[in-house]
Design a protein around this ligand. Structure first.
Ligand SMILES: NC(=O)c1ccc[n+]([C@@H]2O[C@H](COP(=O)([O-])OP(=O)(O)OC[C@H]3O[C@@H](n4cnc5c(N)ncnc54)[C@H](OP(=O)(O)O)[C@@H]3O)[C@@H](O)[C@H]2O)c1
Length: 438
Protein backbone atom coordinates (compact mmCIF):
# COMPACT_ATOMS: atom_id res chain seq x y z
CA UNK A 1 0.00 0.00 0.00
CA UNK A 2 1.55 3.37 -1.07
CA UNK A 3 2.08 6.08 1.48
CA UNK A 4 -0.40 8.98 1.20
CA UNK A 5 0.79 12.34 -0.15
CA UNK A 6 0.51 14.65 2.88
CA UNK A 7 -0.33 18.28 2.19
CA UNK A 8 -0.36 21.55 4.14
CA UNK A 9 -2.16 24.66 2.87
CA UNK A 10 -1.64 28.38 3.48
CA UNK A 11 -4.91 30.26 2.96
CA UNK A 12 -8.48 29.03 3.27
CA UNK A 13 -10.18 31.78 1.26
CA UNK A 14 -12.05 31.36 -2.04
CA UNK A 15 -9.54 28.90 -3.52
CA UNK A 16 -8.14 27.33 -0.34
CA UNK A 17 -11.54 26.33 1.04
CA UNK A 18 -12.54 24.93 -2.38
CA UNK A 19 -9.34 22.82 -2.41
CA UNK A 20 -10.18 21.49 1.07
CA UNK A 21 -13.76 20.60 0.05
CA UNK A 22 -12.86 19.05 -3.32
CA UNK A 23 -10.20 16.84 -1.75
CA UNK A 24 -13.01 15.37 0.37
CA UNK A 25 -15.84 15.42 -2.18
CA UNK A 26 -13.84 13.88 -5.06
CA UNK A 27 -11.51 11.75 -2.95
CA UNK A 28 -12.38 8.51 -4.77
CA UNK A 29 -11.52 9.73 -8.25
CA UNK A 30 -8.50 11.68 -6.96
CA UNK A 31 -7.09 8.59 -5.24
CA UNK A 32 -7.74 6.40 -8.29
CA UNK A 33 -5.88 8.81 -10.58
CA UNK A 34 -3.09 9.67 -8.15
CA UNK A 35 -2.50 6.03 -7.25
CA UNK A 36 -2.49 6.95 -3.56
CA UNK A 37 -4.42 9.01 -1.08
CA UNK A 38 -3.92 12.79 -0.88
CA UNK A 39 -4.39 13.93 2.71
CA UNK A 40 -4.77 17.57 3.75
CA UNK A 41 -3.23 17.71 7.22
CA UNK A 42 -2.96 21.36 8.32
CA UNK A 43 -3.99 24.86 7.26
CA UNK A 44 -2.44 28.24 8.03
CA UNK A 45 -4.52 31.44 8.05
CA UNK A 46 -4.46 34.82 9.82
CA UNK A 47 -7.85 34.48 11.52
CA UNK A 48 -8.24 30.99 13.04
CA UNK A 49 -11.80 31.40 14.33
CA UNK A 50 -13.05 32.61 10.93
CA UNK A 51 -11.39 29.60 9.27
CA UNK A 52 -12.80 27.17 11.84
CA UNK A 53 -16.32 28.52 11.29
CA UNK A 54 -15.91 28.05 7.53
CA UNK A 55 -14.54 24.52 7.94
CA UNK A 56 -17.43 23.63 10.24
CA UNK A 57 -19.87 24.90 7.61
CA UNK A 58 -18.14 22.70 5.01
CA UNK A 59 -18.10 19.74 7.40
CA UNK A 60 -14.30 19.42 7.23
CA UNK A 61 -12.11 18.54 10.22
CA UNK A 62 -8.70 20.18 9.82
CA UNK A 63 -6.02 21.51 12.15
CA UNK A 64 -5.66 25.30 11.69
CA UNK A 65 -3.01 27.69 13.04
CA UNK A 66 -1.33 30.98 12.21
CA UNK A 67 2.30 29.69 12.28
CA UNK A 68 3.79 28.79 8.91
CA UNK A 69 6.51 26.90 10.83
CA UNK A 70 3.81 24.37 11.77
CA UNK A 71 3.95 23.24 8.15
CA UNK A 72 7.68 23.70 7.57
CA UNK A 73 8.66 21.74 10.69
CA UNK A 74 6.21 18.89 10.15
CA UNK A 75 8.30 16.08 8.66
CA UNK A 76 5.17 14.26 7.47
CA UNK A 77 4.11 17.08 5.15
CA UNK A 78 5.33 16.48 1.57
CA UNK A 79 3.74 19.47 -0.18
CA UNK A 80 2.81 23.03 0.82
CA UNK A 81 0.14 24.88 -1.19
CA UNK A 82 0.31 28.67 -1.05
CA UNK A 83 -3.13 30.25 -1.60
CA UNK A 84 -2.80 33.51 0.30
CA UNK A 85 -1.76 35.94 -2.48
CA UNK A 86 0.60 38.93 -2.26
CA UNK A 87 4.17 39.09 -3.50
CA UNK A 88 6.95 39.52 -0.93
CA UNK A 89 5.67 37.27 1.87
CA UNK A 90 4.54 34.64 -0.65
CA UNK A 91 8.04 34.65 -2.23
CA UNK A 92 9.62 34.33 1.20
CA UNK A 93 7.34 31.37 1.94
CA UNK A 94 8.12 29.71 -1.41
CA UNK A 95 11.84 29.84 -0.56
CA UNK A 96 11.28 28.47 2.94
CA UNK A 97 9.10 25.61 1.68
CA UNK A 98 11.68 24.51 -0.90
CA UNK A 99 14.54 24.86 1.60
CA UNK A 100 12.52 22.67 3.99
CA UNK A 101 12.65 20.06 1.21
CA UNK A 102 8.93 20.11 0.48
CA UNK A 103 7.23 20.38 -2.90
CA UNK A 104 5.40 23.65 -3.58
CA UNK A 105 2.11 24.52 -5.30
CA UNK A 106 0.84 28.04 -5.88
CA UNK A 107 -1.96 29.87 -7.69
CA UNK A 108 -0.16 33.16 -7.12
CA UNK A 109 0.49 34.78 -10.50
CA UNK A 110 1.64 38.08 -8.99
CA UNK A 111 4.45 36.37 -7.05
CA UNK A 112 5.41 34.25 -10.08
CA UNK A 113 5.42 37.29 -12.38
CA UNK A 114 8.29 38.66 -10.29
CA UNK A 115 10.00 35.58 -8.86
CA UNK A 116 9.48 32.54 -11.11
CA UNK A 117 13.13 32.51 -12.13
CA UNK A 118 14.30 33.05 -8.53
CA UNK A 119 12.45 30.05 -7.12
CA UNK A 120 13.21 27.67 -9.99
CA UNK A 121 16.84 26.96 -8.96
CA UNK A 122 15.79 26.33 -5.36
CA UNK A 123 13.57 23.47 -6.48
CA UNK A 124 16.42 21.13 -7.44
CA UNK A 125 14.53 17.82 -7.58
CA UNK A 126 11.45 19.12 -5.81
CA UNK A 127 8.22 19.62 -7.70
CA UNK A 128 6.71 23.09 -8.18
CA UNK A 129 3.15 23.31 -9.48
CA UNK A 130 1.51 26.49 -10.76
CA UNK A 131 -1.26 25.26 -13.07
CA UNK A 132 -3.80 27.41 -11.18
CA UNK A 133 -1.81 30.63 -11.64
CA UNK A 134 -3.00 31.31 -15.21
CA UNK A 135 -6.69 31.24 -16.15
CA UNK A 136 -7.97 29.32 -13.13
CA UNK A 137 -9.52 26.12 -14.45
CA UNK A 138 -8.03 26.08 -17.99
CA UNK A 139 -5.02 23.70 -17.99
CA UNK A 140 -2.93 26.02 -20.16
CA UNK A 141 0.32 25.47 -18.24
CA UNK A 142 0.26 21.77 -19.14
CA UNK A 143 -0.61 22.64 -22.73
CA UNK A 144 2.55 24.70 -23.11
CA UNK A 145 4.75 22.50 -20.94
CA UNK A 146 3.69 19.14 -22.34
CA UNK A 147 1.02 19.06 -25.03
CA UNK A 148 2.65 21.53 -27.42
CA UNK A 149 6.24 20.91 -26.37
CA UNK A 150 7.28 19.77 -29.88
CA UNK A 151 6.35 23.17 -31.33
CA UNK A 152 8.07 26.48 -31.76
CA UNK A 153 5.42 28.79 -30.34
CA UNK A 154 4.67 31.40 -32.98
CA UNK A 155 2.27 33.39 -30.86
CA UNK A 156 -0.15 33.43 -27.94
CA UNK A 157 -3.19 35.64 -27.68
CA UNK A 158 -5.35 35.44 -24.64
CA UNK A 159 -8.31 36.91 -22.85
CA UNK A 160 -6.68 36.35 -19.50
CA UNK A 161 -8.85 38.40 -17.15
CA UNK A 162 -12.52 37.58 -16.65
CA UNK A 163 -13.44 40.82 -14.86
CA UNK A 164 -12.33 43.07 -17.70
CA UNK A 165 -13.85 40.73 -20.28
CA UNK A 166 -17.18 40.91 -18.44
CA UNK A 167 -17.04 44.74 -18.41
CA UNK A 168 -16.19 44.96 -22.13
CA UNK A 169 -18.96 42.47 -23.00
CA UNK A 170 -21.51 44.53 -21.04
CA UNK A 171 -20.34 47.73 -22.76
CA UNK A 172 -20.64 46.14 -26.21
CA UNK A 173 -23.80 44.07 -25.84
CA UNK A 174 -25.78 46.26 -23.43
CA UNK A 175 -24.35 49.71 -24.27
CA UNK A 176 -23.33 50.24 -20.65
CA UNK A 177 -20.74 52.84 -19.68
CA UNK A 178 -17.46 51.58 -18.24
CA UNK A 179 -18.40 52.70 -14.71
CA UNK A 180 -21.87 51.06 -14.80
CA UNK A 181 -20.41 47.80 -16.12
CA UNK A 182 -17.76 47.86 -13.38
CA UNK A 183 -20.45 48.40 -10.72
CA UNK A 184 -22.35 45.37 -12.09
CA UNK A 185 -19.19 43.27 -12.04
CA UNK A 186 -18.64 44.22 -8.39
CA UNK A 187 -22.26 43.50 -7.45
CA UNK A 188 -22.00 40.04 -9.06
CA UNK A 189 -18.74 39.28 -7.25
CA UNK A 190 -16.66 39.22 -10.49
CA UNK A 191 -14.61 42.25 -9.46
CA UNK A 192 -12.86 42.98 -6.16
CA UNK A 193 -13.82 46.09 -4.18
CA UNK A 194 -10.42 47.36 -5.40
CA UNK A 195 -10.53 46.24 -9.05
CA UNK A 196 -7.32 48.07 -10.09
CA UNK A 197 -5.22 45.04 -10.95
CA UNK A 198 -7.97 43.59 -13.16
CA UNK A 199 -8.98 46.69 -15.12
CA UNK A 200 -5.46 48.13 -15.44
CA UNK A 201 -4.26 45.01 -17.27
CA UNK A 202 -1.84 44.19 -14.42
CA UNK A 203 -3.34 40.78 -13.63
CA UNK A 204 -3.38 39.80 -17.33
CA UNK A 205 0.25 41.01 -17.54
CA UNK A 206 1.29 38.67 -14.71
CA UNK A 207 -0.33 35.72 -16.49
CA UNK A 208 1.16 36.63 -19.87
CA UNK A 209 4.66 36.67 -18.37
CA UNK A 210 4.18 33.15 -16.99
CA UNK A 211 2.95 31.89 -20.37
CA UNK A 212 5.82 33.63 -22.18
CA UNK A 213 8.34 31.94 -19.89
CA UNK A 214 6.93 28.54 -20.81
CA UNK A 215 6.75 29.34 -24.51
CA UNK A 216 10.02 31.21 -24.97
CA UNK A 217 12.04 30.97 -21.77
CA UNK A 218 12.01 34.76 -21.55
CA UNK A 219 12.50 36.32 -18.13
CA UNK A 220 10.71 39.68 -18.24
CA UNK A 221 9.18 41.67 -15.41
CA UNK A 222 5.78 43.43 -15.48
CA UNK A 223 7.46 46.87 -15.56
CA UNK A 224 9.34 45.95 -18.76
CA UNK A 225 6.35 45.23 -20.95
CA UNK A 226 3.51 47.29 -22.37
CA UNK A 227 0.49 47.01 -20.06
CA UNK A 228 -2.59 49.15 -20.63
CA UNK A 229 -6.04 48.69 -19.11
CA UNK A 230 -9.61 49.21 -20.21
CA UNK A 231 -10.40 52.28 -18.07
CA UNK A 232 -10.33 54.74 -20.98
CA UNK A 233 -12.74 52.89 -23.29
CA UNK A 234 -16.00 54.70 -24.04
CA UNK A 235 -19.25 53.79 -25.86
CA UNK A 236 -17.89 55.81 -28.84
CA UNK A 237 -15.04 53.33 -29.22
CA UNK A 238 -17.49 50.42 -29.01
CA UNK A 239 -19.65 52.07 -31.68
CA UNK A 240 -16.70 52.56 -34.04
CA UNK A 241 -15.56 48.97 -33.48
CA UNK A 242 -19.05 47.66 -34.21
CA UNK A 243 -19.42 49.76 -37.33
CA UNK A 244 -16.16 48.41 -38.80
CA UNK A 245 -16.65 44.73 -37.89
CA UNK A 246 -14.56 44.63 -34.71
CA UNK A 247 -15.03 43.86 -31.03
CA UNK A 248 -12.80 45.28 -28.29
CA UNK A 249 -11.07 42.78 -26.01
CA UNK A 250 -8.32 43.12 -23.42
CA UNK A 251 -5.68 40.87 -24.98
CA UNK A 252 -2.43 39.47 -23.68
CA UNK A 253 -0.19 39.00 -26.71
CA UNK A 254 3.13 37.16 -26.92
CA UNK A 255 4.75 36.67 -30.28
CA UNK A 256 8.07 35.85 -31.78
CA UNK A 257 9.65 37.86 -34.56
CA UNK A 258 13.22 36.78 -35.46
CA UNK A 259 15.11 36.81 -32.17
CA UNK A 260 12.71 39.22 -30.44
CA UNK A 261 9.73 38.46 -28.28
CA UNK A 262 6.92 40.97 -28.19
CA UNK A 263 4.91 40.96 -24.97
CA UNK A 264 1.98 43.30 -24.44
CA UNK A 265 -1.37 43.61 -22.73
CA UNK A 266 -3.85 46.20 -23.96
CA UNK A 267 -7.37 46.62 -25.30
CA UNK A 268 -7.42 45.58 -28.95
CA UNK A 269 -9.93 45.78 -31.77
CA UNK A 270 -10.20 42.32 -33.30
CA UNK A 271 -12.38 40.98 -36.07
CA UNK A 272 -15.80 39.81 -34.92
CA UNK A 273 -15.05 36.59 -36.85
CA UNK A 274 -11.92 35.66 -34.91
CA UNK A 275 -12.50 32.70 -32.59
CA UNK A 276 -11.24 34.61 -29.58
CA UNK A 277 -13.73 37.44 -30.27
CA UNK A 278 -16.47 35.03 -29.22
CA UNK A 279 -15.12 34.64 -25.68
CA UNK A 280 -17.65 36.74 -23.78
CA UNK A 281 -18.60 37.61 -20.24
CA UNK A 282 -16.45 36.41 -17.40
CA UNK A 283 -14.90 33.55 -19.41
CA UNK A 284 -11.25 33.29 -20.48
CA UNK A 285 -9.88 32.09 -23.81
CA UNK A 286 -6.37 31.52 -25.09
CA UNK A 287 -5.28 30.92 -28.64
CA UNK A 288 -1.83 29.36 -29.10
CA UNK A 289 -0.17 29.09 -32.50
CA UNK A 290 2.50 26.41 -32.82
CA UNK A 291 4.60 25.85 -35.93
CA UNK A 292 3.48 22.21 -36.25
CA UNK A 293 0.00 22.24 -34.77
CA UNK A 294 -1.26 25.59 -36.11
CA UNK A 295 -3.80 27.36 -33.95
CA UNK A 296 -5.35 25.67 -30.94
CA UNK A 297 -7.80 27.38 -28.67
CA UNK A 298 -8.54 26.90 -24.96
CA UNK A 299 -11.71 28.23 -23.35
CA UNK A 300 -13.10 28.04 -19.85
CA UNK A 301 -13.49 29.48 -16.38
CA UNK A 302 -10.58 31.75 -15.58
CA UNK A 303 -11.38 32.09 -11.88
CA UNK A 304 -13.68 30.90 -9.12
CA UNK A 305 -12.99 28.64 -6.16
CA UNK A 306 -13.77 25.24 -7.64
CA UNK A 307 -12.35 25.87 -11.13
CA UNK A 308 -9.08 27.07 -9.63
CA UNK A 309 -9.04 24.25 -7.06
CA UNK A 310 -9.38 21.80 -9.95
CA UNK A 311 -6.01 23.03 -11.26
CA UNK A 312 -4.37 23.09 -7.80
CA UNK A 313 -5.40 19.46 -7.20
CA UNK A 314 -4.22 18.42 -10.66
CA UNK A 315 -0.73 19.49 -9.55
CA UNK A 316 -1.07 17.40 -6.37
CA UNK A 317 -2.18 14.36 -8.38
CA UNK A 318 0.76 14.78 -10.71
CA UNK A 319 3.15 14.95 -7.71
CA UNK A 320 1.50 11.87 -6.17
CA UNK A 321 2.19 10.07 -9.45
CA UNK A 322 5.86 10.93 -9.03
CA UNK A 323 6.04 13.60 -11.73
CA UNK A 324 8.24 16.50 -10.79
CA UNK A 325 9.22 18.05 -14.09
CA UNK A 326 11.41 21.14 -14.03
CA UNK A 327 9.26 24.08 -13.01
CA UNK A 328 9.25 26.14 -16.20
CA UNK A 329 9.40 23.03 -18.35
CA UNK A 330 12.85 23.32 -19.95
CA UNK A 331 16.34 22.33 -18.92
CA UNK A 332 18.34 24.60 -21.21
CA UNK A 333 17.57 27.83 -23.04
CA UNK A 334 14.70 27.48 -25.47
CA UNK A 335 15.87 27.69 -29.10
CA UNK A 336 19.36 26.78 -27.91
CA UNK A 337 20.06 25.07 -31.22
CA UNK A 338 20.53 28.59 -32.57
CA UNK A 339 22.69 29.44 -29.55
CA UNK A 340 20.58 32.51 -29.04
CA UNK A 341 18.10 33.42 -26.44
CA UNK A 342 15.35 35.89 -27.09
CA UNK A 343 15.37 39.57 -26.26
CA UNK A 344 12.31 41.60 -25.41
CA UNK A 345 11.08 43.84 -28.21
CA UNK A 346 11.09 47.53 -27.34
CA UNK A 347 7.61 49.02 -26.92
CA UNK A 348 8.45 51.75 -29.47
CA UNK A 349 9.07 49.06 -32.11
CA UNK A 350 5.61 47.53 -31.86
CA UNK A 351 4.10 47.61 -35.36
CA UNK A 352 0.32 47.68 -35.51
CA UNK A 353 -2.74 49.33 -36.93
CA UNK A 354 -4.40 51.88 -34.66
CA UNK A 355 -7.77 53.41 -33.91
CA UNK A 356 -7.62 57.05 -32.76
CA UNK A 357 -10.36 59.03 -31.01
CA UNK A 358 -10.17 62.83 -30.97
CA UNK A 359 -12.54 65.56 -29.80
CA UNK A 360 -12.02 68.89 -31.55
CA UNK A 361 -13.77 72.22 -32.13
CA UNK A 362 -15.88 71.82 -35.25
CA UNK A 363 -14.47 74.58 -37.45
CA UNK A 364 -12.92 74.89 -40.91
CA UNK A 365 -9.32 73.76 -41.29
CA UNK A 366 -9.30 71.42 -38.31
CA UNK A 367 -9.35 68.19 -40.30
CA UNK A 368 -6.64 69.49 -42.62
CA UNK A 369 -4.29 70.26 -39.73
CA UNK A 370 -4.93 66.89 -38.13
CA UNK A 371 -4.21 65.00 -41.37
CA UNK A 372 -1.07 67.09 -41.88
CA UNK A 373 0.27 66.10 -38.45
CA UNK A 374 -0.59 62.45 -38.97
CA UNK A 375 1.10 62.55 -42.40
CA UNK A 376 4.23 64.14 -40.92
CA UNK A 377 4.52 61.06 -38.71
CA UNK A 378 4.07 58.64 -41.60
CA UNK A 379 0.52 57.79 -40.55
CA UNK A 380 -2.11 57.25 -43.22
CA UNK A 381 -5.80 56.99 -42.49
CA UNK A 382 -7.74 53.88 -43.48
CA UNK A 383 -11.23 54.76 -42.20
CA UNK A 384 -12.76 57.91 -40.73
CA UNK A 385 -15.99 58.78 -38.92
CA UNK A 386 -17.09 62.23 -37.76
CA UNK A 387 -19.98 62.52 -35.32
CA UNK A 388 -21.70 65.33 -33.49
CA UNK A 389 -21.49 65.52 -29.72
CA UNK A 390 -24.09 66.91 -27.28
CA UNK A 391 -22.13 70.16 -27.45
CA UNK A 392 -22.67 71.07 -31.12
CA UNK A 393 -19.43 73.08 -31.20
CA UNK A 394 -17.35 69.95 -30.62
CA UNK A 395 -16.96 67.09 -33.08
CA UNK A 396 -15.97 63.54 -32.37
CA UNK A 397 -13.37 62.34 -34.88
CA UNK A 398 -12.70 58.61 -35.08
CA UNK A 399 -9.96 57.22 -37.34
CA UNK A 400 -8.34 53.93 -38.10
CA UNK A 401 -4.84 53.88 -39.58
CA UNK A 402 -2.72 51.61 -41.72
CA UNK A 403 0.30 49.98 -40.03
CA UNK A 404 2.67 52.16 -38.02
CA UNK A 405 5.32 51.92 -35.38
CA UNK A 406 4.21 52.68 -31.83
CA UNK A 407 6.69 55.57 -31.59
CA UNK A 408 5.12 57.28 -34.65
CA UNK A 409 1.64 57.12 -33.14
CA UNK A 410 2.91 58.26 -29.74
CA UNK A 411 4.67 61.29 -31.22
CA UNK A 412 1.69 62.21 -33.41
CA UNK A 413 -0.78 62.00 -30.51
CA UNK A 414 1.51 64.10 -28.30
CA UNK A 415 1.57 66.77 -31.01
CA UNK A 416 -2.21 66.61 -31.56
CA UNK A 417 -2.88 66.99 -27.84
CA UNK A 418 -1.13 70.37 -27.87
CA UNK A 419 -3.39 71.86 -30.56
CA UNK A 420 -5.72 74.52 -29.16
CA UNK A 421 -8.77 73.12 -30.97
CA UNK A 422 -8.29 69.59 -29.53
CA UNK A 423 -10.44 69.46 -26.38
CA UNK A 424 -9.42 66.12 -24.81
CA UNK A 425 -6.31 63.95 -24.68
CA UNK A 426 -6.42 61.76 -27.84
CA UNK A 427 -7.05 58.07 -27.18
CA UNK A 428 -5.81 55.08 -29.17
CA UNK A 429 -6.61 51.37 -29.38
CA UNK A 430 -4.43 48.95 -31.33
CA UNK A 431 -6.15 46.99 -34.11
CA UNK A 432 -5.05 43.35 -34.27
CA UNK A 433 -6.09 42.44 -37.81
CA UNK A 434 -3.69 39.53 -37.95
CA UNK A 435 -6.13 37.52 -35.84
CA UNK A 436 -8.42 37.23 -38.86
CA UNK A 437 -5.90 34.93 -40.47
CA UNK A 438 -5.56 32.55 -37.55
N1 LIG B 1 -10.11 33.62 -6.42
C1 LIG B 1 -9.84 33.11 -7.62
O1 LIG B 1 -10.75 32.84 -8.41
C2 LIG B 1 -8.41 32.88 -8.04
C3 LIG B 1 -8.15 32.34 -9.32
C4 LIG B 1 -6.83 32.07 -9.69
C5 LIG B 1 -5.81 32.36 -8.81
N2 LIG B 1 -6.09 32.91 -7.59
C6 LIG B 1 -4.98 33.19 -6.70
O2 LIG B 1 -5.10 32.33 -5.57
C7 LIG B 1 -4.60 33.00 -4.40
C8 LIG B 1 -5.68 33.01 -3.33
O3 LIG B 1 -6.81 33.72 -3.80
P1 LIG B 1 -8.20 33.72 -3.01
O4 LIG B 1 -9.18 34.38 -3.93
O5 LIG B 1 -8.50 32.38 -2.47
O6 LIG B 1 -7.85 34.72 -1.80
P2 LIG B 1 -8.74 35.05 -0.51
O7 LIG B 1 -10.13 34.58 -0.69
O8 LIG B 1 -8.50 36.47 -0.19
O9 LIG B 1 -8.07 34.15 0.64
C9 LIG B 1 -6.79 34.39 1.13
C10 LIG B 1 -6.52 33.43 2.27
O10 LIG B 1 -5.15 33.58 2.64
C11 LIG B 1 -5.06 33.82 4.04
N3 LIG B 1 -3.94 34.73 4.29
C12 LIG B 1 -3.72 35.94 3.74
N4 LIG B 1 -2.57 36.46 4.21
C13 LIG B 1 -2.08 35.55 5.06
C14 LIG B 1 -0.92 35.50 5.88
N5 LIG B 1 -0.06 36.52 5.90
N6 LIG B 1 -0.71 34.41 6.65
C15 LIG B 1 -1.59 33.38 6.64
N7 LIG B 1 -2.71 33.36 5.88
C16 LIG B 1 -2.94 34.44 5.11
C17 LIG B 1 -6.38 34.46 4.41
O11 LIG B 1 -6.59 34.24 5.78
P3 LIG B 1 -7.57 35.20 6.65
O12 LIG B 1 -8.91 35.03 6.03
O13 LIG B 1 -7.44 34.63 8.01
O14 LIG B 1 -7.03 36.58 6.50
C18 LIG B 1 -7.35 33.69 3.53
O15 LIG B 1 -7.68 32.45 4.12
C19 LIG B 1 -4.14 34.38 -4.87
O16 LIG B 1 -2.77 34.34 -5.18
C20 LIG B 1 -4.95 34.59 -6.15
O17 LIG B 1 -4.33 35.48 -7.06
C21 LIG B 1 -7.36 33.16 -7.18
Amino acid sequence: MSQPLVVGIIGLGTVGSAVASLLVRNQGVIKARAGREIVLKKAIVRDVSKAQAKLAELGIALSVSTRIEDLLEDAEIDVVIELMGGIDLAYDIAQKVLRANKAFVTANKAMLAYHRYDIQPLAKDLAIGFEASVCGGIPIIRVLKDGLSANHIVGIRGILNGTSNYILTQMLQHQQSFSDALKDAQALGYAESDPTLDISGGDAGHKLLILASLAYGINALPEEILIEGIEGITPDDMEFANEFGYVIKLLGIAKKTDSCIELRVHPAMISKNAMIAKVDGVMNGISVIGDCVGESMYYGAGAGGEATASSVISDLISFAQGKNSVMLGFKQPIESENTQSFTLKSIDDIYSRYYIRLYAHDKPGVLGQISQILGNHNISIKAFLQKETADKRIAKLLFSTHHNYEREIKDALNELEKLDFVTQKPYKIRIEDELENL
